[in-house]
Write a protein that binds this ligand. Structure first.
Ligand code: NAP
Length: 344
C-alpha cells in the first residue's frame, strides 16, 4: 500500500487530494497546524476525518517536518500548505515569504535527511508569472518568463527554483504550476467563493450588496478536485518535471459575478470598493495547456459555467440548510461578518 503525506490537509486542495488518495487505496497522513481552534471543517464536509492520520506540523519548524516524515514513512509527499491568500502577502510579507517560500527549503532538507528517495510535489502558482505574458503565445506555460508582483508570487518562485535545484541533484521533485482552481471548499476570503456566498445570501434575502475590489482582472479558473487528479498523475511519471495546469480559457471577475447571478436567478449591482484593491494586481492569467496535455494526457473537463453552478448551488444549499435549522460543517460561522448574519 502506498503512503502519502499531505502538508496542509485542512486546506481546499489538501482535503480533495486526501479524498482522491483514499479512493486509490493509499494510506493517507496529513499535517495540520496546531491552533487554539483547529480547522477541520473541509475534512468533515468530505467525511474523511476518521480515515486519515493527522500529524501536527508548523511550516516554520523543520523538526516538526522531520518527525512527520518519520511517523508517516511516505512514498510521496505533497506540499499543499502555504499562506495562500495573495492580498494578505502585502500585509504580512515576511511571514508569507517564510511560510510559502522558506518552508519549502526546510521540507526539501528534511526529506534529504530522512530519505531522499521520497517523491516530492510542490504547489507552485500562476501568480509567479506576474504581468509578463509572451505576446505571441498570449498565454502562460511552464517555461514562460516569471516576474512576480506580490510577496506571495516571489515566495512561490523561490520555492519553484529550489524544487528545480533539488531535482538536479537527483531527487524526485515535481512542481505543478496551478492556475486558479475553485470549489465549494474554497476559503471565503477568495473572490470566487466570496461571490457565490454573497449571491446565495442575496437570493435568500439575507443581504443586498455584492462589494468587490478590482473586477476587470482576468483569471483562468478551474475545478479543484479535477486538478488534484493532474497533481497525482504528475507524481506517477518516470521523470520529475514542471507542469502548468489550467483550462486555457480566462474570464474577468465581473463575468464570474454576473455568471453567478444568472445561475442563481438573482439581479444585483456590483459595488466596487477601492479599499479592496491589491497594491499591485495581475491583469491577465491564462494557461497554455498544450504541453501538459501531451505530457500527462490530462485535460480539464469542468467548464467555467459548470464551476460557477457547482459553487453557487452549494452555497445556496448551505444557507437554506442553516435557515432550516440543520447543522453541518462549513466555514461561515468562523467569520465575524457571516456570524452576524447567522445570529439574526
Ligand atoms: P488553502 O485552502 O489556503 O490551504 C492552505 C493550507 O496551508 C491549509 O491547510 C493551512 O492550514 C496550511 N498552512 C498555512 N500556514 C501554515 C503554517 N504556518 N503551518 C502549517 N500549515 C499552514 O489553499 P489551497 O487553495 O488548498 O491551495 C493549496 C496550495 O496550492 C497552496 O500552496 C497554494 O498557495 C497553492 N495554489 C493554490 C491555487 C488555488 O487557486 N487554490 C493556485 C495556485 C497555487 P490552516 O487550515 O490551519 O489554515
Amino acid at each position: 500500500m502506498k503512503r502519502a503525506l499531505i502538508l496542509g490537509i485542512t486546506g481546499q486542495d489538501g482535503a480533495y487530494l486526501a479524498q482522491l488518495f483514499l479512493s486509490k487505496g493509499y494510506k493517507v497522513f496529513g499535517t495540520f497546524r496546531r491552533a487554539s481552534t483547529p480547522n477541520f471543517w473541509r475534512l468533515m464536509a468530505l467525511g474523511l476525518e476518521d480515515k486519515i492520520e493527522l500529524i501536527s506540523v508548523d511550516l516554520t519548524d523543520m523538526s516538526s517536518m522531520i518527525s512527520a516524515l518519520e511517523i508517516a514513512q511516505p512514498n510521496e509527499v505533497y506540499n499543499m500548505a502555504a499562506s495562500s491568500y495573495v492580498a494578505d502577502s502585502f500585509e504580512c510579507p515576511l511571514a508569507n515569504l517564510d511560510v510559502t517560500g522558506m518552508a519549502v527549503a526546510r521540507l526539501l532538507e528534511a526529506i534529504r535527511i530522512v530519505n531522499k528517495d521520497i517523491k516530492f510535489y510542490q504547489s507552485s502558482s500562476s501568480e509567479m508569472y506576474g504581468n509578463h505574458c509572451d505576446p505571441q503565445l498570449g498565454a502562460h506555460y511552464e517555461k514562460s518568463r516569471m516576474e512576480p508582483i506580490s510577496p506571495y508570487g516571489v515566495a512561490k518562485l523561490a520555492a519553484h527554483h529550489l524544487v528545480n535545484i533539488y531535482r538536479q541533484t537527483g531527487m524526485y521533485c515535481v512542481s505543478g504550476i496551478l492556475f486558479n482552481h475553485e470549489s465549494p471548499l474554497r476559503g471565503l476570503d477568495f473572490v470566487t467563493r466570496k461571490i457565490t456566498n454573497t449571491v446565495a445570501k442575496i437570493k435568500l434575502g439575507l443581504c443586498k450588496d455584492l462589494i468587490l475590489g478590482n473586477i476587470s482582472v482576468r483569471r483562468d479558473w478551474g475545478y479543484a478536485p479535477e486538478y488534484m487528479e493532474a497533481v497525482w498523475l504528475m507524481m506517477q511519471q518516470d521523470q520529475p518535471d514542471d507542469y502548468a495546469i489550467g483550462t486555457g480559457v480566462s474570464h474577468t471577475v465581473e463575468e464570474f459575478a454576473y455568471g453567478t447571478g444568472c445561475i442563481a436567478d438573482v439581479k444585483f449591482d456590483i459595488k466596487q470598493n477601492p479599499m479592496l484593491y491589491r497594491p499591485l494586481d495581475i491583469k491577465f492569467l491564462e494557461c497554455w495547456t498544450g504541453p501538459t496535455k501531451e505530457k500527462l494526457n490530462w485535460s480539464t473537463k469542468t467548464r467555467f459555467g459548470q464551476l460557477v453552478e457547482i459553487m453557487v448551488k452549494a452555497d445556496i444549499q448551505r444557507w437554506t440548510d442553516w435557515q432550516d435549522g440543520k447543522t453541518f460543517p462549513w466555514d461561515a460561522p468562523l467569520y465575524p461578518n457571516e456570524a452576524k448574519v447567522l445570529r439574526r
